[in-house]
Write a protein that binds this ligand. Structure first.
Ligand SMILES: Nc1ncnc2c1ncn2[C@@H]1O[C@H](COP(=O)(O)OP(=O)(O)O)[C@@H](O)[C@H]1O
Ligand SMILES: [Mg+2]
Length: 273
């Protein structure tokens, strides 16, 4: 009974909630204000894969950085599992486009870094390293240094390193943006499988409509941005109910792509219903 009640309260608390979130940056001299985001209300459920999709400058990275705790909202509240975000923390793992690995550590040492820092016993650190090495298919590269790996392999290490901390939320800012298109497709497929297996909650920033439709349970289309004269905001939230792995050539897939593109290019009001 007690366990059931606890399980219910856990599922009832969203992984991430954004409540009236806005962000105004000030220029270095404090004179000019940059209204980056306004009125963002979003609830992200446990185990959900959410994509933030939009063109350059609409505030995707700023939103992700506020969830990560690297930026503070000017208005509103950001909470992770019901706790207000006050700064970065191990409950949120962040993966950027440029991998950010420690070049002086081997692949295994990079992955074991977080668990070791959290004070886990050596045997547990080793077990975590083995588990996540194998999850990203890099068992043979445990003693290799990052510089000797391809971009796709380095990004696999970065993902394994973050997942080894068992974060509540995985935050990814255009993580495959620097990869060639074939590697990128492989990585999208692998990430989807890993998140499915681990049941990880993910917030994934992309400007690729296809990437969003391939990965997301829900796509949040963002628009606006200081360069177009309105603060960044949510234009549309579109659920994607297709089975995984998704067939990017199917009519259903392409219909969703068309709908999102219409919103992004501002050609459809029907899609905004
Ligand atoms: N530290 C900052 N200081 C001033 N303006 C910023 C800062 N960070 C982002 N911005 C501005 O906020 C807007 C949104 O940026 P960003 O979140 O990086 O957009 P996106 O990731 O969607 O391309 C842009 O106009 C950008 O120039
Ligand atoms: Mg960005």
């Amino acid at each position: 009974m007690q366990t059931a009640a606890r399980a219910m309260s856990i599922t009832a608390t969203p992984a991430v909630s954004l409540d009236g979130v806005g962000k105004v940056f000030r220029s270095a001299d404090g004179e000019k204000k940059v209204h980056a985001l306004d009125g963002i209300d979003l609830t992200i459920a446990e185990q959900e894969f959410l994509c933030l999709l939009g063109g350059s400058g609409c505030g995707k990275s700023t939103l992700l950085r506020m969830i990560a705790g690297f930026e503070t909202p000017t208005t509103g509240q950001v909470a992770v599992r019901g706790e207000p975000v006050r700064g970065p923390g191990p409950d949120r793992g962040v993966v950027f486009q440029d991998y950010g690995l420690f070049p002086w550590l081997t692949v295994a040492e990079n992955i074991g870094f977080g668990p070791r820092r959290r004070g886990l016993p050596g045997a547990d650190v080793d077990a975590a390293v083995q588990r996540f090495l194998s999850l990203v298919g890099l068992e043979r590269f445990a003693t290799t240094f990052p510089a000797q790996l391809s971009g796709g392999m380095q990004q696999r290490v970065a993902i394994a390193r973050v997942l080894a901390n068992d974060p509540a939320v995985l935050l990814m800012d255009e993580p495959f943006g620097a990869l060639d298109s074939l590697t990128r497709e492989t990585m999208q497929h692998e990430l989807q499988q890993i998140c499915d297996e681990l049941r990880t909650t993910v917030v994934f920033v992309t400007h690729s409509v296809e990437e969003a439709v391939y990965l997301a349970d829900r796509v949040v289309v963002m628009g606006g941005g200081p360069s177009v004269g309105t603060p960044g905001h949510v234009e549309l939230v579109l659920p994607v109910a297709l089975e995984h792995p998704r067939d990017i050539t199917s009519p259903e897939f392409n219909e969703l792509k068309r709908e999102l593109l219409a919103v992004i290019h501002g050609t459809s009001t029907a899609a905004l219903r």
